[in-house]
Design a protein around this ligand. Structure first.
Ligand SMILES: Cc1cc2nc3c(=O)[nH]c(=O)nc-3n(C[C@H](O)[C@H](O)[C@H](O)COP(=O)(O)O)c2cc1C
Length: 421
């Protein structure tokens, strides 16, 4: 899918500079973008990318309950390309895991393309993270901090779009000024982006629970672009998802934090008039997740984090189990025992919901803080790995980066596992 020439109005526009809004430009690749989107069944409900949390078994669980597409966690393009262990731990997939967006962060077009080419045969789209607002992204020069380097963003997208067979998507945050957001979106589309996911918050609005996402800005982007547009932010229930689609006119929605607490959030049959009512049975969902982990193993830290999120307020009531989860190894077998114990206790209590000990707002705030801390810890681990890699390279222990197309994936019982050739 070759990218059209860059819309002249946006090429030189630095952040905070002049952002003239071009007329709606011709987008030669729009037809192909729509054809790909339709071939995936025009997915409306998406599992958002989440570091250490939108891993294979969690994606599969959400897909069972209404998610029609999913993103991998953000993968560091250079680590993915050069560090075999990083790849094996962070990227697994399987046949049922489609349509799949593999998300990378990057600031070097050639490295990004080389990493994307390794993942390309095993996914449906390659996504570029332009939304990460954490300090680690500032240090690493990626994510939302590339909003200060639009010519580089343009090169990253154009390089991907002209070098891959699968469509390129981007996940962006908005600028404080709508005109800037629209010019940015036009630039991305003109550079070859086939899908644009818009998180309706600015780079400075890091605490998503304190700031409502701006659905008006998302709606304006949807109206301005010719390729499919996805909305992100403030989707906490299925009703929110439907409302967001109706209000913004977007082609799909992403959910992140709320999906962690309720992986069945997108399940239409839950409580729908005439549909089966399925009460949220948190231990049952966790047990289902653990079955998937048995087939597609992931590190215990991910199991622990999902157990905390899915069991949520039940753990505030059963403090002994919470402490056990906190202090134990959190291997799938012991988390299974814990979930079964909790299920028995819930059945004996005769209640469908835990006794609230915190206000809903306070609980959401605490959960969001914990999730963010986990994500930052993971990104810091990546920073360390990268530093180690650089040190080895400097000492001559590692040869130059493998050529584009090197490496591949092995089919194992755990799914497809990345390997270096
Ligand atoms: C634990 C966690 C990890 C995240 N990791 C990523 C990521 O890897 N890539 C990304 O683009 N966004 C990431 N995000 C942001 C979400 O994808 C999403 O844009 C944001 O949470 C807003 O959506 P929400 O209101 O549904 O939570 C992460 C969010 C959370 C809570």
């Amino acid at each position: 899918m070759a990218a059209p020439p860059l819309a002249a109005a946006c090429t030189q526009a630095p952040a905070g500079g002049d952002f003239p809004l071009p007329d709606r430009p011709a987008v030669p690749h729009a037809e192909a973008a729509w054809a790909a989107f339709r071939a995936w069944g025009s997915p409306r409900f998406h599992v958002a990318p989440m570091v250490d949390a939108s891993e294979l078994p969690f994606r599969l669980l959400c897909r069972r309950y209404g998610a029609a597409a999913a993103y991998t966690p953000m993968l560091h393009s250079r680590l993915f390309l050069e560090d075999e262990r990083y790849r094996a731990e962070h990227f697994t997939t399987c046949e049922a895991d489609r349509p799949l967006f593999v998300q990378f962060c990057a600031n070097d077009p050639d490295t990004l393309l080389a990493a994307a080419r390794v993942a390309e045969p095993h996914c449906d789209a390659i996504d570029l993270n332009l939304g990460c607002p954490q300090h680690i992204a500032r240090r690493g020069r990626y994510g939302a901090y590339l909003m200060d380097e639009l010519p580089l963003v343009e090169r990253l997208v154009r390089t991907l779009a002209s070098g891959l067979r699968v469509p390129v998507s981007v996940k962006i945050r908005i600028f404080p000024e709508l005109a800037h957001t629209l010019a940015y979106a036009h630039m991305l589309e003109a550079a070859g982006a086939s899908i644009v996911a818009v998180h309706g918050r600015t780079r400075d609005q890091k605490k998503s629970h304190t700031v409502r996402a701006d659905w008006d800005a998302i709606r304006a982007v949807k109206r301005a672009l010719s390729v499919p547009v996805l909305a992100n932010g403030n989707v906490r229930t299925l009703a929110d998802a439907e409302a967001c689609l109706a209000y913004t006119g977007c082609d799909g929605v992403l959910s992140a934090e709320s999906l962690l607490a309720d992986p069945a959030l997108f399940w239409r049959r839950r409580g729908e008039p005439g549909g089966a009512w399925v009460p949220l049975d948190a231990p049952a969902l966790l047990l289902e997740y653990l079955d998937l982990v048995d087939r597609h193993p992931v590190p215990n830290r991910m199991v622990r984090a999902h157990a905390f999120k899915i069991l949520g307020a039940w753990l505030a009531e059963h403090v002994d189990l919470r402490n056990e989860l906190h202090r134990g190894r959190a291997d799938p077998a012991s988390v299974r025992t814990l979930a079964l114990t909790l299920r028995e206790r819930i059945a004996a209590s005769g209640r469908a919901a835990p006794v609230p000990v915190l206000t809903e707002r306070a609980r959401l705030r605490l959960e969001a803080e914990a999730a963010r801390a986990d994500a930052i810890a993971e990104q810091e681990r990546e920073g360390l790995l990268l530093a180690r890699l650089q040190a080895k390279r400097a000492a001559g222990a590692i040869a130059a980066a493998p050529p584009v197309g090197a490496g591949g994936l092995l089919e194992t019982e755990a799914g497809l596992v990345a390997v270096q050739s």
